[in-house]
Write a protein that binds this ligand. Structure first.
Ligand code: HEB
Length: 449
């Protein structure tokens, strides 16, 4: 393997690991906020218990998000010095502001946790809003560096030198709003479905009618409403992302859709594989005209095909599968949320069928997978560039060699960290079962929280 490939694999693995914790770091506090909010409105103690139990999870996840984020930051400079040189000159603002965002998140999380019993319900909600906003701001700021990579702005390159730097123009690059929106919405959606999946799984484990089943069905309903609503918004905004690619990174859209010939009335390809050599699409289903509509809201929209671009500038074509997977999960989650809501609210059934509970359980891991697909689509789909049409990945990479051993070491560290999180969460909740919290609630004893 070449050192470039190892560097990419190493950075990709780091980001794939970190992104899980960064995403849940937004979605979970949002769901805790929802629980506190419903508690404030209904005075139903179950929601308060839910909020406190999930706060433990947030704490553990933050414990991994910090080191994995630090590794990601350090890897950026160590593996991609050429890239960081440009970022350092033009796009340093997001990194500088992020420190404050993290500060706000950590500060208000501590207030929420340690002053829980001493502050009012409203103050708790305000703290949680700030925790969520802090986490969101971090994500938006860092994703903005990614947006800048796709739509660089705020500088000119003259004879290989960077001149006329305008940091705010770089900050508000054309990709800023679409990316910020998509990253934020999908993170909240993922948080909701992970919350819901846990509840659904617990419902499968407990008999209908039990206290625990009732508790979890409240969490389930709250998650389905939040997750469903946000999934709907994510797909609308995903549509905007696709239109954005059509305008700014047409070869990525062409690769994601296996489109070779530039054409109006372009078809949308679902499933199948795209072969770059024969330029053939195998086993896929084509929906006539749909891609033109997706790209420009009209069937006449001309979508540019890969043939217009030199072969060495084509992104890897497997991103088609990533795109399908991500959109598939979006559609699946919408459907499952709708079914669950209909079942509980309109058919007024307290017991949910097992298949539906399994389907919700599946939606949790699937939405995390969709996050991974989305990032692979966005970042692999930008190849061979780190900064679109300005700096290639090959020119960004470190000149250091023998990265192989280091890569294996990184993988090992992530494996250990991953196992550690699961073990900590598993044993913590095993030792502090829900029934304890529920019976404490009737005894009026608050000390154990
Ligand atoms: Fe997504 C990305 C679309 C859903 C997650 N997305 C993306 C892109 C596109 C899209 C076009 C690319 C962008 C660039 O590159 O720049 N989506 C879409 C659509 C839909 C979706 C149309 C519908 C349904 N997603 C989704 C989901 C999820 C996601 C469901 C999860 C959960 N994505 C994502 C991510 C990403 C993406 C994470 C990366 C970031 C950006 O934005 O880029």
């Amino acid at each position: 393997m070449s050192d470039l490939v190892i560097a990419r694999a190493m950075f990709g693995t780091t980001m794939a690991f970190h992104i899980i914790f960064a995403t849940l770091g937004i979605g979970i506090p949002f769901m805790i906020l929802m629980s506190e909010f419903v508690f404030l409105k209904t005075k139903d103690q179950d929601y308060s218990i839910m909020a406190r139990r999930w706060t433990k999870t947030k704490g553990v996840l933050l414990g991994i998000a910090i080191p994995s984020g630090t590794i990601a930051g350090v890897s950026l400079s160590l593996l991609w010095p050429g890239f960081m040189e440009v970022i350092g000159r033009v796009m340093a603002l997001p990194f500088q502001i992020e420190i404050y965002a993290f500060f706000i998140e950590a500060l208000f999380l501590s207030i929420y946790v340690y002053a829980y019993d001493r502050i009012s319900a409203r103050a708790r909600i305000i703290s949680l809003v700030l925790v969520t906003l802090g986490a969101l701001a971090s994500a938006v700021l860092i994703s903005n560096v990614h947006a800048f990579e796709g739509t660089p702005a705020g500088f000119r390159v003259v004879n290989g030198h960077i001149v006329d730097v305008d940091p705010w123009a770089a900050f508000f690059n054309p990709g800023f709003f679409v990316t910020a929106g998509h990253v934020s919405l999908t993170a909240i959606m993922t948080g909701a479905f992970v919350f819901g999946a846990t509840a659904a799984y617990k419902m499968l484990r407990n008999s209908p009618g039990s206290r625990s089943y009732k508790f979890h069905s409240k969490a389930l309903f709250m998650s389905l409403v939040t997750g469903g609503a946000i999934a709907l918004l994510s797909s609308l905004n995903g549509h905007a992302s696709a239109q954005f690619l059509h305008e700014y990174q047409p070869e990525k859209l062409a690769a994601a859709e296996g489109l070779f010939e530039t054409q109006s009335h372009a078809p949308l390809l679902i499933g199948g594989t795209v072969d770059p050599d024969t330029k053939e699409v195998k086993y896929g289903v084509e929906i006539p005209w749909a891609l033109s509509f997706l790209a420009g809201n009209s069937f006449d929209t001309v979508v540019r095909g890969l043939n217009e671009f030199p072969r060495e500038h084509w992104p890897p074509l497997f991103i088609h599968t990533m795109f399908n997977g991500m959109v598939g999960v979006g559609m699946y989650s919408l459907l499952i949320a709708a079914l669950g809501i209909i079942w509980i609210k309109f058919l007024k059934k307290e017991v949910l069928p097992k298949w539906l509970l399994w389907a919700v359980t599946l939606a949790g891991p699937l939405s995390v997978l969709a996050i991974e697909f989305g990032w692979i689509l966005a970042c692999t789909g930008r190849q061979p560039w780190t900064i679109y049409h300005i700096l290639s990945t090959a020119d960004s990479v470190t000149s250091q060699t023998n990265l192989g051993t280091l890569y294996l070491l990184f993988v090992l560290v992530y494996l250990l960290l991953g196992i550690a999180v699961i073990a900590v969460l598993y044993f913590y909740f095993k030792r502090h079962p829900l029934m304890n919290d529920l019976s404490n609630q009737t005894d009026g004893d608050d000390k154990n929280y």
